[in-house]
Design a protein around this ligand. Structure first.
Ligand code: SF4
Length: 743
């Protein structure tokens, strides 16, 4: 076998960031396995990692730019594509201003280092306030809570599972998702180890998920009521004198306000709304309080709902009150090797975060962390007047399937004057584009996790060079984004020149900051010492001035990009360590446990406490280990097997409605309806139906041949785009009232 090689690669698909080994021959990938020597994931792999081979080879994956000519998308050269963008976007900006151009970023933007580092370059050049992303369809409530409590939205406490004795998981299914806002490869193995040392896993979820099935206890909860349960747990801790904060107490502002705010939420008051008996709530609170190393972790179900920010905040309130924040075996703050805001600049204090700096034009929704709610995008395109969106860039996103009322957003995209997409597929969204710039295969670019080291169960650093070189006729993704930045800013210049200027600007700024490890160093020397180009060069700079970096010679044993290239299994920096107060970036230098913005939303929560169970069913979503939102459905390895897009319903409810396994059910929400295959299962609590999101691959003009064989339905057609969690602007994708009948 000629040219057979073993390559090392961090999987870029989900947050677990597993280290993989790939056998390659020429441009072909053979066997893919978990890398047993990887310092972080130790050989773990899931089916999606194996499917990287199919993703790389997928004949439907775009490899050439497409331009719309006479209504049809036809292949074009890169120069023709950039010329077309320049020709079409420049007059729109000139005539209607920068706000007339919007950008939408999808979830994979967080998984590719070139996108993470160069999308901001493009957005800065675009200078439009019309920025939208999948964050407001997912984790924005947690980000807002983190920002207000700790001073930065990515300062996120994660379960220190390897030293825990009690983990309470709410609205999350890490067995399927492999962790979210929590980088935790081999969740199952870690739970088994915890159980072996006498620890326990408790899952609180409307569905007995795969995670609930390996748990020591499952508590079913009515969808959308997690904030009530958490407030009641806090109430018990306070009322029964179980609060034991420890050394952290001197670092907390607002403790008395929180204690007062929790007073109404006695377990008996929330038992009806949550459908959890008061005794169960009291027992749970006592168990959390009496376990030395414990933590409460909440994700999608606690976030994508009407009280998303309150529930996200209350998880940290409970963790603080029980003394589990920032201690081994509790909820801890990782220290990432590069580009982590809470380990940059002066330690322990910062500017904090302001939200609501501007409002959306049509419904007046608040800006959150620099963007507007994704549910506002359609109305901002449809509504005439100054500031109307006339052109759109989508980057690795499929909002037609991901946002509520996808049919409306699809219609709105059809009315745009101009649309550009960077994507690997001609999908339900990009079929509306006038120009599509193909993204690279994940194996054709280097990989470094900026975000996920910040949520990791252990401190480590890893880097993967490209498995295959880029086809010489195409630019890398960082160059594409720099070209686009040049076009929208009117300073079209060679990508390398633009990039040199940018990195020199960063070096200059670092050498002028007293708290920088390269304060007053020679700028040219620093520039000349950097390795690589584009994203790699930025990573090198960030690593070297980061907490484990070599500071360009000042700490010769420290990290550099070259050191990581030479160490394909990664570098381990050990278990998480307490980081408070150093990791705080609030102006007070304390944890702001009672932010006024959050307390002001509590009346909305208390108003709902007397709410009775509705006549309607409540719709929830679910994860499957073989899917990831909407974009992996075209890979045969993942698409095969039992039908994934079904409506799960409790057998008692199904009997009442005359629904047999495999029969078609009609599900009606406020904004749309779907007909979906029934799956009867007692895993789902009565009164709840469960449909996964990201399906609906039957739309004309898309080219996803495998996905379209079993297209499924778009459950987000049932989600109401007029509703948001007010503090975070997040869409409400769980606990949606729907009516169900036999189709
Ligand atoms: S768990 Fe995530 S990172 Fe690991 S192999 Fe699967 S998709 Fe890749």
């Amino acid at each position: 076998m000629l040219d057979a090689q073993t390559k090392y690669r961090i999987c870029p698909i989900c947050e677990a960031t597993c280290g993989l080994t790939l056998q390659t021959e020429g441009r072909t990938v053979g066997d893919i396995r978990g890398n047993p020597d990887d310092v972080f994931s130790h050989g773990y792999i899931c089916p999606k990692g194996v499917a990287l081979r199919e993703l790389d080879a997928d004949p439907d994956r775009l490899r050439t730019p497409l331009i719309r000519r006479g209504g049809e998308l036809v292949e074009a050269s890169w120069d023709e594509a950039f010329d077309e963008i320049n020709k079409r976007i420049t007059p729109i900006i000139a005539e209607h201003g920068r706000e007339s151009v919007a950008a939408y970023l999808g979830n994979p933007s967080a998984h590719k280092v070139s996108l993470q580092l160069y999308v901001p370059v493009f957005l800065k050049a675009l200078a439009s306030k019309n920025l939208y992303s999948a964050s407001t369809l997912d984790q924005m409530p947690k980000q807002v809570s983190n920002a207000l409590l700790f001073g930065n939205f990515l300062t996120c406490a994660v379960p220190d599972i390897d030293r825990m004795q009690l983990l309470v998981v709410m609205g999350a299914n890490p067995m399927a998702s492999n962790g979210s806002l929590w980088t935790v490869p081999d969740f199952r193995g870690r739970v088994k180890a915890m159980q072996k040392r006498g620890g326990r896993l408790i899952v609180i979820d409307p569905k007995k998920s795969q995670t609930a099935k390996i748990a020591d206890r499952h508590i079913a909860i009515r969808p959308g009521t997690d904030a009530y349960l958490l407030a009641a747990i806090a109430n018990v801790l306070i009322e029964e004198d179980l609060v034991e904060i420890g050394e952290l107490e001197s670092l907390i502002n607002g403790l008395d306000e929180v204690k007062a705010a929790m007073a109404p939420y006695v377990p008996e008051a929330v038992a009806d709304v949550t459908q959890i008996p008061a005794d169960t709530i009291r027992g749970l609170a006592r168990e959390i309080a009496s376990t030395q190393a414990a933590g409460v972790y909440g994700r999608m179900g606690t976030s994508t709902q009407e009280f998303g920010t309150l529930a996200s905040w209350l998880t940290d309130v409970v963790n603080v009150l029980a003394g589990n924040l920032d201690r081994p075996g509790g909820m801890m703050f990782p220290k990432a090797p590069a580009l982590q805001a809470n380990s940059t600049g002066a330690p322990g204090v910062g500017r904090g975060t302001r939200i609501g700096r501007w409002q959306s034009r049509v419904r007046g929704a608040s800006e959150i962390l620099g963007e507007l709610p994704a549910v506002c995008l359609a109305e901002e395109i449809e509504t005439p007047g100054a500031g109307q969106i006339r052109a759109l860039f989508t980057i690795a996103g499929n909002p037609v399937l991901s946002t509520p009322n996808g049919e409306r957003i699809s219609r709105a995209f059809g009315t745009l004057d101009f649309m550009v997409s960077i994507d690997i597929y001609l999908n339900e969204t990009t079929r509306h584009a006038d120009v599509i710039l193909p993204g690279t295969s994940p194996l054709e670019e280097s990989h470094f996790d900026i975000g996920f080291h910040q949520f990791a169960i252990r401190n480590a650093a890893r880097f993967s060079p490209p498995v295959f070189p880029l086809d010489g006729s195409r630019p890398s993704e960082w160059e594409v984004l720099v070209r686009l930045a040049g076009i929208v800013s009117g300073q079209d210049m060679p990508a390398q020149e633009y990039d040199d200027q940018m990195i020199r600007g960063r070096i200059k700024s670092l050498t002028q900051k007293e708290d920088s490890p390269i304060f007053e160093r020679d700028e040219d020397q620093i520039f000349d010492a950097l390795t690589g180009v584009g994203a790699d060069r930025q990573v090198d700079l960030a690593l070297r001035v980061g907490p484990y970096g070599d500071a360009f010679g000042a700490n010769p044993e420290g990290l550099t990009l070259q050191k990581l290239i030479d160490t394909p299994n990664g570098v381990d920096f050990g278990p998480l360590e307490p980081r408070l107060p150093e990791a705080l970036r609030t102006p007070s230098g304390k944890i702001e446990l009672a932010p006024p913005e959050i307390l002001s939303d509590l009346p909305r929560l208390s108003a709902g406490v007397a709410r009775k169970a509705p006549d309607a069913f409540l719709l929830i979503g679910r994860r499957d280990v073989r899917t990831n939102n909407s974009w992996l459905h075209n890979l045969p390895l993942l698409a095969k097997g039992p039908l994934k897009c079904t409506m799960q319903i409790h057998p008692d409810d199904a009997d009442r409605l005359g629904l047999d396994d495999g029969s078609m059910a009609s599900v009606q929400g406020k904004t749309g309806a779907v007909e979906v295959v029934t799956e009867r299962t007692a895993d789902v609590m009565p009164g709840v139906v469960c449909i996964p999101h990201g399906f609906g691959h039957n739309q004309q003009g898309a080219n996803l041949r495998v996905a379209s064989e079993r297209p499924g339905v778009n459950s987000n057609l049932l989600a109401d785009d007029s509703l948001i969690d007010p503090l975070s602007g997040n869409a409400i994708l769980n606990g949606i009232p729907v009516s169900v009948s036999a189709a």
